[in-house]
Structure formats: structure tokens, C-alpha cells
Design a binder for this molecule. Sequence first.
Ligand code: NCD
Length: 311
Amino acid sequence: MIRIFKLKNIISIKDFEREDIEYILDEASKLEDIAKSREVSKELKGKLLGLMFFEPSTRTRMSFETSMKRLGGECIGFESSGSSSVSKGESIADTAKMFEGYSDALVIRHELEGVSKFISDIVDVPVINAGDGAGQHPTQTLLDLYTIKKEIGEIDNLKIALIGDLKFGRTVHSLSNALGMFKNVKIYLVSPPELKMPQEVLHDINKTNVTWQEVDSIEKIIDDVDVLYVTRIQKERFADIGDYLKIKGAYIINKKMLEGKDLIVMHPLPRIDEIDTDVDNTKYNKYFTQAANAVPVRMAILKTLIKNNPK
Ligand code: NCD
């Protein structure tokens, strides 16, 4: 077990090694009591987190904010481009430099791939990518892995189906990359033909010992998997709304399909219609637990990066 976490920024899960992931998951489990007890620690007292959300977010932004507050720190920031000076024409670089002056770390969400990386190159404080277009969403992956480990016991030997928008869904891109660091993982890719997993991601998976298979129906794999990881069709990334409407509702999970199966259902949320609400009150539903796990995991990330990189 390593005792140091070497990354200064969290931009892509591909920058991690397995031991970095395990470090954050271990830290998260140590912080779970504070996260659940509604107490506030003094770990980050006097520290400020800058939240730069150019693209909408509910869970990610609120869980970063909750995590910082539970560690005794505070947050500043904006929730959309419209409520920042970017709407007046200020460059992202100037906005980031200004935020750097105020904050001990920055959390960035943007509709363009690569923006967090760009900002991390021009500021000295740690930068966390909270989702960049259809690129990566590494902190979501860490909380997904935390949930799998807690619910199933281990990540090695996992059989998981990634379902829905595998083309534009950044959560499944990061998760696939991360699973490549574990042993004996099998990934089933279930999507409409138009929304298949991008070649670059498959290319990355092929460099690992993960085995993967594309399938066109959930029924074909449902008896074989430990996890159904369901995603929303990413409407906002379609150039033509007609294309979205044709695909919408392609895969829907309901209670009847799950009866008698030994698996859990996960979803990064927001859900549109991919999981029927009749699954909510079953033992299969782990998507709300997954959302709650965001707090100990993001507390672990903030504590580690801010303590390791004092201003
Ligand atoms: C995801 C995202 O923003 O990529 N949401 C989240 O952060 N929990 C998934 C999505 O928007 O569909």
C-alpha cells in the first residue's frame, strides 16, 4: 500500500495507477463516518474551493460543495457560463487566473474536452475535472468504483454491462479506462449502433487485460453480469435533435426484467427514462447510494489534493 498520492491534478482517470485509485477509495472509507454523521471536521478549515461550472450540474457541484463544507472549508464559484464574466467576453484563461487568486483548488466542468487540462497548465493550484464534454469524468469514476467495491466486495473479477450512450457518455469512458487497471474484468457494451463506444476508448481497453463484447440487447447478458451501469442518452451533444428522438428510450430497465437476478443497477444520474421508477424500491437500486457515495469520495479527493499542495 502506498502512503503518498502523487497526482496534483485530477484531469483524466488515465493519469492514475491502480494504487492511486485504491488510495482514494481507502481515504473515502475513513471519511465516511463524517460524511454520514452530518458532522464537520476541521481538516480544511480556512481553505476555499473554486467551483467553475460552465455546464449544468446538480449532483457533482452539490457534492463537491457538501464535501468541502464537511471538511470545514468553504466554496466560491458559478453555476453556468451565463452567471460568470465569460458571458461578457472574458476568456476562460483570465477567469481561471482570477479564481486561482482566491482558491486553494479549482473544480471545472465545461462542454469542451480538454478545458480542465488547459487550465491546469496555467494555474498553480490543483485542478479537478468535473466533466469535460464527451471526454472524461474521473471523480465520477472514483465514486462508481467505491460503490462497486462496497456493494460487491471487489472490483477484480467484475462483469459489468455499460448501457446507453457509450459514444457521448463521459462517465463510461472514464470507467472503462479505470476497469483496465483491475484483474479479470469483463465489459459488455450495450448501445444503439449510432452510440457505440468510441474507437479511442476501445483502443485503450485493448491495451489492458479487460475482455469486452458489444451486444445489442440487455436480455442476452442480464444473467451473466454483476452490475448494470445505465446511462442517459446525452441529448445536449446531438447536432440534430431528430437523431436524438429516434434513439431516445432505446434501452429501459424495469423491475420485471430484474426479478431473480443477482446484480445491482447503477446510474451516474440524472435519469430520464432509462430506469423505470418501479426499480427504485427494490434491492437492485444502488443509484441513489452511488450518488450519496459522492460525498466521502470527493472529501477524500479534496483533502488529499489540498493538503498535499498547500498554496
Ligand atoms: C453525468 C455527467 O455529467 O456526465 N452526471 C453526473 O455527473 N453525475 C452523467 C450525465 O449527465 O448523464
